[in-house]
Write a protein that binds this ligand. Structure first.
Ligand code: NAD
Ligand code: MG
Length: 396
């Protein structure tokens, strides 16, 4: 592969680190245009000195002087604030890793789509907020979106693109998270430490909590519906505690195709880097004989209501998925801050959606700019969720 220009949005997080590590281990020849972070200025500066991007961008502007100081004398540009992150997305890199967490990833990802970069998409929240607009923008500008989320990478690899009518179902696997066998009473008392202790994957705090409440799989159902143009009733979830089978596609002739691998995000990132080729790197190998047994079970939507909430939001359409995502971000942050209990997150999401729906705030707006509209829904849902949250907050 020739030298490619790249930008990593969210380079200091779990996916960002895996991305740079993979490129390092694969000996990829890259020219880095931008690296961006939220608040981790120390790690961003360290990465910048190693990867020599044109610009390093920190979202929290109060940290820009420190970033400048750390990069002093290096010739690497430094910038700060959300608009500088959006500009980093718009630099026109050949390949952009979208790995910011939350709906904050939407603006820079959409900017990258609009200039025709190939987008390796980890930031699922941007698809939930504005999936159809994001995919249409990428297509119109001649770039593409390659999923990095392991389930969607699996489906992307085994889906025969030209024959949607021959696909019966997409089956998303889910580990079941750390609370797979817990009762509702036990989950009501769960701490942030217990919720982020995922049995198979090492990930950022927000997605770990989402996995524990199965909202991650709810978000992934919506992600799959948009990415693969599938109606909600043809996307199923299957619990698979070992996280070896990453997802499956069931065809009309009785064949079901799956993709397997060790639970290591560098493999789906490698796929998004080289597709339709494959690169070599010292990847951990799958040893099925050592694993011995793979098990599967149906999900329990009573103990994990987030799945049904997400399915309903997807079916309702309009602003419901974006609002669900925003309310969930508020709920997860409050839980991580120990302001509410674990089960309150889904309750807050559900109550917020009901309130917004009653007020008629979730209907689609035909002529709106998709980014502005998604951000309006996002902001409105954050306000509504903050109000609902005050009813749940632990007094103390
Ligand atoms: P993380 O919390 O480890 O990292 C998030 C990155 O975004 C960091 O670089 C952080 O500094 C930056 N950031 C945070 N808030 C920001 C803001 N407001 N503006 C700009 N930058 C900001 O998260 P992660 O686990 O790497 O996940 C990143 C995305 O990838 C999420 O959308 C997640 O759902 C998705 N994803 C992650 C995994 C995984 O294994 N970690 C798997 C599949 C999908
Ligand atoms: Mg996933």
């Amino acid at each position: 592969m020739s030298v490619r220009s790249i930008t990593v949005l969210g380079s200091t997080g779990s996916i960002g680190l895996s991305t740079l590590d993979l490129l390092d281990q694969a000996g990829a020849e890259v020219e880095v245009l931008a690296l961006t972070a939220g608040r981790n200025v120390e790690r961003l500066a360290e990465q910048a000195l190693r990867w020599r991007p044109r610009v390093a961008v920190i979202e929290d502007e109060s940290l820009l002087p420190e970033l400048r100081e750390r990069l002093n004398g290096s010739n690497i540009g430094a910038a700060g604030g959300p608009s500088a992150i959006e500009e980093a997305g718009a630099l026109g890199a050949d390949w952009v890793m979208s790995a910011i967490v939350g709906s904050a990833g939407l603006a820079p990802t959409l900017a990258a789509a609009r200039v025709g970069s190939t987008i390796a998409l980890a930031n699922k929240e941007s698809l939930i907020c504005a999936g159809p607009a994001l995919l249409a923008a990428a297509k119109a500008a001649g770039g593409g979106v390659i999923p990095v989320d392991s389930e969607h990478s699996a489906i992307f690899q085994v889906l025969q693109p030209d024959a949607p009518e021959r696909v019966l179902r997409l089956i998303l696997t889910a580990s079941g998270g750390p609370f797979r066998t817990w009762s509702r009473d036990e989950m009501a008392r769960a701490t942030p430490e217990q919720a982020v202790a995922h049995p198979n994957w090492s990930m950022g705090a927000k997605i770990s909590v989402d996995s524990a409440q199965m909202m991650n799989k709810g978000l992934e159902m919506i992600e799959a519906a948009y990415l693969f143009s599938m109606p909600p009733n043809r996307i199923d979830v299957l619990i698979h505690p070992q996280s070896v089978v990453h997802s499956l596609v069931e065809y009309t002739d009785g064949s079901t195709l799956a993709q397997l691998g060790p639970p290591d995000m560098r493999t789906p990132i490698a796929c998004a880097w080289s597709w339709p080729q494959r690169i070599s790197w010292p990847a951990p190998k799958l040893d099925l004989a050592a694993i011995g047994k793979l098990t599967f079970e149906a999900p329990d939507e009573i103990r994990f209501p987030a799945l049904a909430i997400a399915r309903q939001a997807l079916s309702a359409g309009g602003g419901a998925p974006a609002a669900m995502n925003a309310a969930n971000e508020i709920g997860v942050a409050a839980f991580l801050d120990r302001k509410i209990g674990f089960l309150d997150i889904a309750a807050i999401v559900s109550d917020t959606l009901e309130a917004l729906d009653r007020a008629g705030d979730l209907a689609a707006e035909e002529d709106a700019d998709p980014l502005e509209w998604a951000m309006t829904i996002d902001a409105g849902a954050r306000r509504a969720a903050a109000q609902v949250l005050s009813r749940f907050a632990i007094k103390g």
